[in-house]
Design a protein around this ligand. Structure first.
Ligand code: FAD
Length: 692
């Protein structure tokens, strides 16, 4: 990912390959926010008629620094919050964080020159803006940008800004969003302070890139604005009030419900990134034939909702943290006895937003709303040092916070989450001096995870298939393996559905029945995201699909669809799938299903397999692709569509390289010419990626 850890995610995002989302989020972005009355949208943000003019907003709230974020998985949003906090505590800036989607930009030219705007911009997929940055990007990148005061040569001459980008160097359009925004602002006469930073999730250095960028940026900004650095004193952004009159049974208390409609018991659409549908899981089973690895197939029933999908879309799964990790977190922070206490959380300043609805309980916040399993940021460790249980621990925390290599050795390489880190550094002491606000500020919101839908909407419009490999990895020097948040939750659901009364994958327990038993009977909260990873509209066109491992997910949907079309007598083009896994006897998922599709599609369908651990030399899908050069080249000249899904870091890149080689040989052109042809194929949607 985007590397918003996951908002991180995600994101994080993680990062999505080639999807320019069909709607780019604008369908829902433009709808009136249906939760505008939800308790968690406190302050001005929720008030009807609030201004979309950020200069006015800054004026009204006495701010001189606005930090905009374009975030998909939450990392960029998180960085924006951290910058806001740091700007205030170290330099006395009056900062506010702002979602790009909530403002208009035509009045940018009225920002006084003694104020500053930050842009923290994640690049999504193939160089696209994140959903919440689409409108801003369209505005600033438009052909006829009109600023409120009209068109001098340098309309933004008064506008000063700071820029940081979150990207992934495994994508061709690395950090293109921050580069574009920087170029366009400069073009209109704006002045950048410091360098335009670039964080690289592909190299795994996002956090360090951010930390290395921000110090010289602060120095440049302090010089520009005449700011004096002062000793940073922690000031909470959120105030916590105990609600004596309320108990977890009180009807107005949120126990994990994502918004007011859910609290009141109604499941009403539209279902989207703010409002999941609690969907029944119709069926679930294991796809692997080995004991130590799991890959789960789920059938999610959306017939009771207004949700719909088309083949190639993504489904978002809203996970719940593992009970053991929730317990660990509450124990180390000294909150175990207070876990059911009802509290209200209020932003202490009008431009901050509480990221979950309240009144609620500590248990619900930690279980349903905070990403407690994620990697810990080094900066956050520095912040927490001030609240260490004793001086010795404080010294160790300060060292971890300031020494990059030491931090890596002790924390990142061990895949420690926040509670495990505090446990480890604290030698059995409880960290009860940390204000809870610090966790709300320092941890990302728990993010939904995306999955490429592995069914065809033509075949099963109201049932969505998911193919998810369970994240579990042994870590040298650590006793228990690292376990992914969402996939182990799904594994627990699968175990429950298949008769285990107390599912606990690898000892992890989950509150599968959800808040107030609302998920009982095996349900999972979901929403659907439209993608433009799509079959050609003409079924007669040939398709070539490269999908090793869970990269096969969307292609199961594609082939299911084509098999059905063939049964209906439609002329279906050649359909080739390159699939790879370790061993034919272990992780060859959907093997028997592919035989069924073969019956329907006959010679039109071919499955080419690469089993990496069945011979002394590792064979991967890209090798098989190379072996079929002549045929691939021939199909491409018939305008075959070429699809890649799965691992963004290595596989997708190598496939791209092999394809260029095939084209170079097949057409007798140079490799650089062939690469250009591949680029053009991408631009024309003839080459599509769905990678993460
Ligand atoms: P997480 O808990 O989110 O962990 C994921 C990774 O983050 C870990 O492996 C580790 O590298 C890192 N990490 C997490 N915590 C820490 C820590 N404390 N310290 C250090 N590192 C840490 N997956 C599928 O199986 N099938 C699909 O079809 C599929 N489709 C996708 C489509 C899209 C568009 C995207 C973006 C992703 C897709 N994914 C798919 C991936 C999926 O969204 C999840 O990322 C994946 O299932 C892992 O989720 P998790 O919550 O179990 O793991």
């Amino acid at each position: 990912a985007e590397l918003d850890t996951l908002d991180i995610l995600v994101l994080g995002v993680i990062l999505l390959g080639t999807f320019a989302y069909l709607t780019k989020g604008t369908l829902w972005a433009k709808q009136k926010d249906p939760y505008a009355n939800a308790a968690y949208l406190n302050g001005n943000a929720a008030r009807a008629g609030k201004t979309r003019n950020f200069v006015e907003k800054m004026e009204e709230s006495g701010k001189n620094c606005i930090i905009f974020y374009g975030s998909q998985t939450g990392t960029a949003e998180d960085y924006a919050s951290r910058l806001a906090k740091e700007g205030k505590s170290r330099f006395g800036l009056e900062t506010m964080v702002a979602d790009l989607e909530e403002y208009d930009f035509d009045a940018m030219d009225t920002l006084p020159s003694d104020k500053i705007a930050f842009f923290v911009m994640a690049t999504y997929g193939e160089g696209e803006p994140t959903d919440n940055a689409v409108e801003f990007y369209e505005f600033i990148n438009g052909d006829d940008v009109a600023f409120s005061q009209g068109g001098e040569d340098a309309p933004l001459d008064n506008f000063h800004y700071v820029a940081f980008g979150l990207g992934n160097n495994t994508y061709e359009h690395y950090n293109s969003m921050v580069r574009d925004v920087d170029r366009l602002l400069t073009k209109y006469g704006a002045h950048r302070i410091g360098n335009a930073g670039e964080g690289d999730d592909g190299a795994g250095t996002m956090e360090e890139d951010f930390l290395a960028w921000k110090e010289p940026m602060w120095a440049a900004l302090a010089a520009h604005m005449g700011l004096e650095e002062r000793e940073a004193v922690y000031e909470p952004v959120f105030g916590i009030t105990v609600r004596e009159g309320l108990t977890p049974q009180s009807p107005e208390v949120y126990l994990g419900e994502p918004n007011k409609m859910h609290l009141e018991g109604a499941q009403k659409g539209p279902f989207n990134a703010h409002n999941p549908y609690i969907a029944p899981i119709a069926e679930s089973y294991e796809l692997f034939k080995v004991k130590d690895r799991n890959c789960i197939h789920l059938e999610i029933d959306i017939s009771g909702s207004t949700l719909s999908y088309t083949t190639g879309d993504h489904i978002a799964i809203w996970p719940t943290n593992a009970g053991d990790e929730v317990d660990r977190f509450l124990r180390i922070t000294g909150l175990t006895d207070k876990r059911e206490q009802v509290i209200s959380v209020k932003a202490l300043e009008p431009t901050a937003k509480v990221p979950f609805p309240t009144p609620t309980t500590y248990d619900a916040i930690v279980r349903y709303h905070l990403e407690i399993g994620a990697p810990v940021s080094r900066q956050f460790v520095s912040t927490l040092a001030a609240f260490a249980p004793n001086e010795e621990i404080k010294t160790e925390m300060t060292k971890l916070g300031s020494d990059k290599d030491y931090f890596h050795e002790k924390t990142s390489s061990q895949l420690l989450n926040i509670a495990r880190l505090l446990e480890h550094v604290g030698n059995g002491e409880t960290w009860d001096k940390i204000p809870f606000s610090a966790f709300i500020e320092g941890l990302t919101k728990l993010q939904p995870r995306y999955y490429s839908i592995s069914s065809s909407s033509h075949v099963q419009p109201k049932k969505i298939s998911v193919t998810a490999v369970v994240e579990s990895s042994m870590v040298v020097g650590r006793q228990d393996p690292f376990r992914g948040v969402a996939t182990n939750y799904l594994l627990a659901l699968k175990q429950k559905q298949n008769g285990d009364p107390e599912p606990s994958p690898f000892g992890l327990t989950y509150e599968l029945h959800g808040p107030r038993n609302k998920y009982d009977g095996i349900h999972v909260p979901v929403h659907v995201r439209h993608s433009n990873f799509k079959l050609p509209s003409d079924p007669a066109k040939p398709i070539i699909m490269i999908g090793p491992g869970t990269g096969v997910a969307p292609f199961r949907g594609f082939i299911q669809e084509r098999a059905q079309q063939a049964r209906e007598g439609i002329n279906v083009g050649r359909t080739i799938l390159f699939f790879g896994c370790r061993k034919s006897t272990e992780d060859f998922m959907y093997e028997s299903e592919f035989e069924e599709y073969k019956k329907a599609l006959g010679d039109k369908f071919e499955l080419v397999t690469a089993f990496s651990r069945e011979s002394s030399k590792k064979v991967y899908v890209q090798h098989r692709l190379k072996e079929r050069s002549a045929e691939i080249s021939d199909l491409l000249s018939q305008k075959a569509f070429f699809y890649v899904c799965g691992d963004a870091a290595n596989m997708a890149r190598e496939v791209n390289t092999v394809l260029a080689q095939i084209i170079a040989e097949g057409r007798g052109v140079s490799e650089s010419k062939a690469e250009e042809i591949v680029k053009n194929m991408r631009a024309a949607n003839q080459y599509q990626e769905d990678v993460w």
